[in-house]
Design a protein around this ligand. Structure first.
Ligand code: AHR
Length: 516
């Protein structure tokens, strides 16, 4: 059992240096009911998915350094990145975009590398794309990672035939023009890719379509994506475009559909995203407000889906989420390279709690993006690599993958800023197949600790252990000179007594407890 201090923990007694204000001496109170007597659905591991677009230094100079690189690699893919991602048990990886997907022609990226055409990545930075990383390279990377590929098809500038051919190239076992080409290019067996996006952001960079028009396009493209057990995801709503979801649910026969996407990013405002480090409390608060909005978005999109699909056959696929801030000074504005601080850890923890708690409808989600782009879990600089605070959240939360959701009822205190307030604490819980219960707690408050009382119903626990992700300042982050400034440590502020668990969690911190 962990040691629990009746008095305030040392961490709150020492006035921590915050970028905003001095940490308060007094903790706030939150009460949680943990309903172990009401185990719910399985939390799909695919909620913990990632995203790798041909954007900035995500693929080139990120994952892929080329076969001639001095950096240790396997067929051009960095070994250190593969090892770090394997440690996250990443369940799926989405590729090649994003907006790039609707400009990508897969045939450019197969066959002998020197014969592949160069194109211009008009979407991201106007740089030349030599197509040296293509379908085989990506699917081999997924094999190295032990992860499921999620391919985004081109319905914007591509043809129905082109996408149908890609499906056949990748998945067809028998003899056909496309499978013959695959074999000629060195891959005997099909990869049997299950997850397919039918376009991306069709309302914007994917073709500026109306939902009514996209429904027709979806039906046409999906018809010719032939093969067994394909899981097709329709390009979904931008944030709160509920009309989009309604039109898709009404217009696409449910037998042709497996998931509908949703994209939602977090920032202070879209027009003024502000810096990724050294932000103000206003920017922090506004970012957390946008991040927590994910809950409302899921509830409202789900309510529409429920009307047409009460048995929840169609999944909500949040295949882009995360923080989006100004690029680091001196970097290409089209490369979306940003640092990653404890604010990003708060976005990740709170969002994953929301996904877990809505995992009856949300079955897949993809953090944007994996390496060197937006809210990355890994940043690289030549041969150096660092793990961001977001990486550590993903690592701490992996215990929820495929576990059984345990419902929680939370009476949280508030994080008040000016005239506005947000719930300070978010919680999710699950039970693993090995019988361990995990509880994830996030306190987004910028200066106040939380005393959390967890009342347990339906299970008797004898032992609690835990890990915490915390730091002195909310904009603390890892750098190539100090790659371990933010990392998880053992948590000692939890005490189990009778049917109650008492926890004290510092400001802008995240804790994952294991109960036996
Ligand atoms: O993740 C960056 C971009 O954001 C994606 O390419 C696009 O789908 C979204 O607008």
């Amino acid at each position: 059992m962990m040691k629990f201090k009746k008095t305030l923990p040392k961490i709150t007694l020492v006035c921590l240096l915050s970028v905003f204000a001095t940490t308060s001496l007094f903790a706030q109170q939150t009460v949680v009911a943990l309903r172990a007597d009401k185990p719910s659905n399985q939390i799909s591991k695919h909620i913990y998915g990632h995203f790798a677009e041909h954007l900035g230094r995500s693929i080139y100079d990120g994952f892929y350094v080329g076969e001639d690189s001095k950096i240790p690699h396997t067929d051009g893919v960095r070994n250190d990145i593969v090892a770090a991602l394997k440690n996250l048990n990443i369940p799926n990886l989405r590729w090649p975009g994003g907006c790039f997907a609707d400009r990508y022609h897969w045939r450019d990226g197969v066959g002998t590398k020197i014969n592949r055409p160069s194109i211009v990545n008009t979407m991201w930075g106007g740089v030349t794309e030599d197509n040296s990383f293509g379908t085989h390279d990506f699917l081999n990377l997924c094999k190295l990672l032990g992860t499921e590929p999620y391919l985004a098809g081109n319905t914007g500038s591509g043809t129905v035939q082109e996408l149908a051919d890609w499906v056949q190239y990748v998945n067809f076992e028998g003899k056909s023009p496309m499978s013959d080409l695959r074999v000629k290019n060195g891959q005997e067996k099909p990869w049997n890719v299950k997850f397919w996006g039918v376009g991306n952001e069709a309302w914007g960079c994917g073709g500026n379509m109306t939902p009514e028009y996209y429904v027709g396009e979806y039906r046409r493209f999906a018809t010719f994506m032939e093969g067994q057990n394909l899981y097709k995801v329709a390009s979904g709503a931008n944030v709160d475009d509920y009309h989009w979801t309604e039109t898709l649910m009404k217009g696409i026969p449910l037998r042709m559909l497996d998931g509908i996407a949703l994209h939602h990013y977090s920032f202070p405002t879209w027009e003024k995203k502000g810096p990724a480090t050294g932000y103000s409390e206003q920017e922090y608060f506004e970012t957390m407000k946008t991040a927590l909005r994910m809950d409302e978005l899921i509830i409202k999109h789900t309510a529409i889906m429920d009307k047409y699909d009460p048995n929840k056959k169609i999944d909500l696929v949040v295949d882009e989420w995360g923080g989006w801030f100004d690029v680091e000074q001196g970097t290409n504005p089209g490369f979306l390279y940003q640092q990653n601080t404890m604010r990003d850890a708060m976005i990740a923890g709170a969002t994953l709690n929301i996904f877990n708690n809505h995992s009856d409808r949300v079955k897949i989600a993809n953090l944007a993006q994996c390496v060197n782009v937006l809210q990355a879990v890994i940043l690289t600089d030549k041969e150096k690599m660092l793990l961001t605070p977001t990486y550590h959240v993903m690592e701490m939360y992996k215990v929820h993958q495929d576990a059984t959701l345990i419902p929680v009822e939370v009476k949280t205190s508030d994080y008040v800023f000016g005239k506005e307030k947000l719930p300070a604490v978010s919680v999710s819980a699950s039970k693993s197949t090995a019988g361990l219960t995990h509880v994830s707690l996030v306190n987004i408050h910028s200066s106040k600790s939380e005393e959390i009382e967890i009342d347990i119903t339906g299970q008797e626990y004898k032992n609690v252990t835990g890990r915490i992700l915390t730091s002195k300042k909310v904009d603390d982050h890892n750098t190539f000179d100090q790659p371990e400034r933010v990392k998880p440590s053992t948590f000692t502020q939890a005490k189990l007594k009778g049917g109650k668990l008492k926890v004290i969690i510092p400001p802008f911190s995240l804790v994952v407890l294991a109960l036996k």
